[in-house]
Design a protein around this ligand. Structure first.
Ligand SMILES: [Zn+2]
Length: 234
């Protein structure tokens, strides 16, 4: 049986987890917590780069984040759905890694894959705890479920101070050169996308905005699914 992860983050594409919560990941990994990221697709339909490059970039980013686990489930880019085989792939991942906390993209986002990932993980978390659902695997119930933001900014219910690790987050994001680098004369098969147009500056600006209510230089925001137990913090 694999060791229990403290945090398991699901993402539609390699780089989603870094965009939304790279700072929170670094902070907890440095504190000795076991953190894993599971990318559902290889982003094979991404306008720039290719699957092999993206895989290398994700490995480099994982090293900078200090995480214990990174997997790719190989589900179809732009084809995420609640189809039984996709649901079961996510259920198995949850049961394999036995996370205390699960994170998924927020359910409103301009990219439909992020929304589909959110929905799929919600369903999988539910099924993972049913002992009679695919009984050949041990059922698993996580303690809490949180959403992180990828493209959009929504009012967060929870923020995490990432002031000390924001530079590390940006470094992990810069590992995805095929996605975020502006046009370069040496790349011919390249198109401009929202990601190549100062996207990382936008991420940094959002981290600043999220820190503002608590006068933090940088923060990341989350929304909890279900009530959070206040007695955990008192
Ligand atoms: Zn994405």
């Amino acid at each position: 049986m694999q060791q229990t992860l403290d945090m398991l983050i699901f993402a539609a594409h390699p780089d989603d987890a870094e965009i939304g919560m790279g700072g929170t990941i670094i902070k907890h990994a440095r504190a000795g917590r076991k953190v894993g990221i599971i990318d559902l697709t290889a982003a094979e339909l991404s306008s720039n780069g290719d699957v092999a490059t993206r895989r290398q970039e994700a490995a480099e980013a994982s090293g900078k984040l200090g995480i214990s686990v990174r997997e790719n489930l190989g589900l179809p880019d732009r084809g995420l759905s609640l189809a039984r085989e996709q649901l079961d792939a996510v259920v198995s991942a949850i049961r394999r890694h036995r996370p205390r906390y699960v994170f998924a993209p927020y359910f409103i986002d301009r990219h439909p894959d992020h929304v589909a990932c959110s929905r799929l993980v919600e369903e999988a978390v539910f099924n993972a705890r049913l002992r009679r659902y695919r009984p050949e695997e041990a059922a698993w119930t996580m303690e809490a479920f949180f959403y992180y933001f990828i493209n959009d900014l929504h009012p967060p219910g929870i923020i995490v101070d990432i002031t000390d690790v924001q530079a590390g987050k940006m470094e992990a994001l810069r590992a995805y050169r095929s996605q975020f680098a502006p046009a370069s004369g040496s790349i011919d098969d390249w198109v401009e996308t929202p990601l190549t147009n100062q996207y990382l500056e936008m991420v940094e600006a959002r981290d600043r905005l999220l820190g503002q209510p608590h006068r933090l230089a940088f923060a990341e925001g989350f929304v909890a699914k279900g009530p959070i137990r206040l007695d955990w913090f008192l």
